[in-house]
Design a protein around this ligand. Structure first.
Ligand SMILES: *Cc1c(COP(=O)(O)O)cnc(C)c1O
Length: 427
């Protein structure tokens, strides 16, 4: 007898490419049938076959408050009763922009879009328009959405599927994207010098969350800030994951760096499709209608999405869940490490607050190439074990796990016990 998830996936493949609307959801890298979700509640997911999971994906980052938060639901319901889209200005987008600007002082002006991809695409277009330069530098393994300029040595699904890039991207576009090594300032310096006055921007995930999880070494981000300033190149922080996640004010708050442009996404929509980019006024005023760089969106600033995002950020600001998230992240890390030593293995474990990743490699993971030494087959077997035990992780070695405010210490305890049994079963 097939499960409902199997039945749905078989049917989906008849109508949707690969059966999914985003590649990693197919579970192809772990060789399993993907799970179809019925509903979520707090830290839990329930699939269509009646299985319950503790969820560490959180819709790939957005759900820092957990699933179906009552306060967000109430806000959405009230808003929807008044209409769902006007394509005109509403007060909430003004209030939300002001709130974000207060939390992110580097974002003096903010434009709302519908996804992280739109935010990064638009930020790079603006950087090119502002500087009059064509090339950008990105880092191997960083993912900035599926815009053409970024699908070169990208992380996330591109990496999971083992693709070096993507067909359909012109040679011209590919040639304008230069690749540096994360945590290697010299690699950036060399590119900046070899392409003097040609680099519009350096774009980076300040904490790399799409090749597993890789943290910036001491001085790396600061050095990047100095180098870009010297070369009149804009520094773009892609904080689509780290924004409102590492801290309310994102990685720029934690590391004390003021980027020229910032991209936000995921948490900012409170579970709805929202992205945003913003930065210094002198740059942002080049956007239409003030300036000549064009960017627009029929559903941008959608009132329902704005209310959900605003309410989420307001709760995060008022309740400050970050110390508790740190505590839960620490507990998970400690438990996973204890399991490893009990079982006599030592895999790399990286963590930043509520973001975590175990790499199935004996090497410390400080560089992208270290992450690449991970045993993805072993990960797949571990993933299947965890899923069977009711723990829903991202189905790829090269993704980051997320703890939410809705996870309890009891959830963490259950997860650590499942981790022990799963590890034991696969090593
Ligand atoms: C998810 C992600 C994006 C893309 O956002 P989408 O909403 O999926 O388009 C961009 N940058 C980073 C760092 C991301 O993690």
């Amino acid at each position: 007898m097939n499960s409902l998830s199997e039945t749905y996936f078989a049917e989906a493949k008849k109508y949707i490419p690969g059966g999914v609307n985003s590649p990693v959801r197919a579970f192809s890298s772990v060789g399993l049938n993907p799970v179809y979700i019925d509903r979520g509640e707090g830290s839990r997911l329930f699939d269509v076959d009646g299985n319950e999971y503790i969820d560490y994906v959180g819709s790939w980052g957005p759900l820092i408050l957990g699933h179906a938060d009552k306060r967000i639901q109430e806000t959405i319901q009230k808003t929807i009763a008044r209409g769902t889209s006007f394509g005109a200005n509403t007060e909430i987008e003004v209030r939300f922009a002001r709130l974000i600007s207060e939390i992110y002082p580097s974002m003096e002006r903010i434009r709302m879009v519908n996804s992280g991809t739109e935010a990064t695409m638009s930020a790079v277009r603006l950087a090119r328009g502002y500087t009059g330069r064509d090339k950008i530098i990105k880092f191997e393994g960083c993912y900035h959405g599926h815009g053409d300029s970024f699908l070169i040595k990208a992380g996330s699904g591109v990496l999971t599927l083992g693709l070096p890039g993507s067909p359909g991207i012109t040679r011209g576009t590919a040639a304008d994207t230069l690749i540096a090594e994360y945590n290697n300032l010299d690699s950036v310096k060399e590119l900046l010098l070899a392409n003097k006055d040609e680099i519009a921007a350096v774009i980076i995930e300040p904490v790399m969350g799409n090749a597993g999880l890789i943290l910036p070494q001491e001085g790396f981000l600061k050095g990047l800030r100095e180098l870009t300033e010297t070369e009149n190149t804009l520094l773009i922080f892609d904080e689509v994951i780290t924004g409102f996640r590492l801290a309310l004010g994102g990685a720029q708050q934690v590391y004390g760096i003021r980027p020229d442009l910032t991209c936000l996404g995921k948490i900012i929509g409170g579970g709805f499709p929202v992205g945003a980019f913003g930065g210094a006024r002198r740059i942002m005023e080049h956007l239409a209608p003030e300036g000549p760089v064009y960017q627009a969106g029929t559903l941008a600033g959608n009132p329902v999405a704005m209310q959900a995002g605003y309410r989420t950020v307001q709760i995060l600001r008022d309740e400050n869940p970050y110390p508790a998230l740190e505590e839960k992240g620490q507990a998970l890390e400690r438990g996973f490490k204890e399991n490893q030593s009990k079982l006599g293995v030592s895999f790399a474990q990286n963590r930043a607050g509520s973001m975590f990743c175990r790499f199935f490699t004996g090497r410390n993971v400080e560089f992208y190439r270290d992450a690449m030494s991970a045993d993805t087959k072993l990960f797949s077997r571990y993933f299947a074990q965890m899923l069977t035990r009711g723990i829903y992780m991202a189905p790829s070695q090269f993704e980051t796990g997320f703890v939410s405010a809705a996870h309890s210490l009891q959830d963490i305890k259950i997860t650590i016990a499942a981790d022990y049994d799963s590890l034991k079963a696969v090593i």
